[in-house]
Structures are given as structure tokens and as C-alpha cells.
Design a protein around this ligand. Sequence first.
Ligand code: INI
Length: 164
Amino acid sequence: MKTDLENKGLSADSFRFAIIVSRWNSHITSQLLSGAHRALREANASGVDVFEVPGAFELPLASLKAAQTKKYDAVIALGTVIRGETVHFDLVAENAARGLTDASLNTGVPILFGVLAVENIDQANARSGDGDDNAGYMAAISAIEMATVLTEIDSRTARSSSAK
Ligand code: INI
């Protein structure tokens, strides 16, 4: 039977995902992980592997490594950086964003930015609840969309070259 997301045209039943989750602010990142799992379950993902790293700063290297294996159709990076508790907030958040972007562009594998960079714990709680605005849930939905669109680009390219 099709799930709700599949009925909306969002199916992940042929896709495999890696989730890289950081332990800093684990009370929040565990909620992001639950949100990501919920989305992937709702879309019937065929496989999910989860890997843990210490902090958001370490997300890019582990995401790059996972992407390089070519085992995954997308990688979902989850973390939480809170300005109020982090003197080097900007360094950690900016390097995580830049590193994840570089890793994705260098491998051609979608790497999704499920990193909360927020001012305080209230904002972090607001984006890690049970709803569809959970940042982990949203990153996983975007991962499915990116895996779908890249597969579509591949298949349309294959059709046009064989039509010659
Ligand atoms: N890492 C986070 O993911 N969030 C934070 O809020 C944070 N703070 O507050 O410092 C944080 N720091 C650790 C950093 O990501 C690295 O793990 C550490 O610097 C070792 O490289």
C-alpha cells in the first residue's frame, strides 16, 4: 500500500540514504534524527544507514566519505549550533555549510543541510518537534526530491542520446 508521501508523488522505495548526525546538543539532534527517519519511513525508503560524529564541524568529512562510496542516493547531515552557547558559532556553522556544499558539488551526490544554526534553545526546540517543520524531516524530504530529480535527469539524458 502506498504511504501518504508516495500518494503525493514522493517515493523513496528505490533509494538508499546515509544520515550523518552530530552529538553536540544531542537532545535536539536526536529529534532531528527522528524527523528524518519519519520522512524516510513515510516515503518507503529502501535503506538508511546512520553514522554519528562529534559536532557540526565534523559533518562535512563524514558526509564526503559517505558520498564517495556511491552507495547512497543522498546524504542527510544533521546538527545543531546554538549562538548563545557557542563563542565560535559563526566558524562552526559557516564551515559546516561550506564543507557540506563542497562535498556535494565535488561528488555529485546530494548532501542535505539539516543543520540548525539558531540564536537560542527555544528556536532549536521550535524546529525539532513532531511536525513537518522539523528540520530533519525537511532535510529528508529534500533528499528524496534531489535523489528523484537527479535520477530523472539521468534517465532523460539516456533517452535523448539513444534516440539519435
Ligand atoms: N558543535 C556543534 O555541533 N554545535 C555547537 O553548538 C558547538 N559548540 O557550541 O561549540 C559545537 N562545537 C564542536 C565542534 O563542532 C567540533 O566538534 C569541535 O570544535 C572539534 O572539532
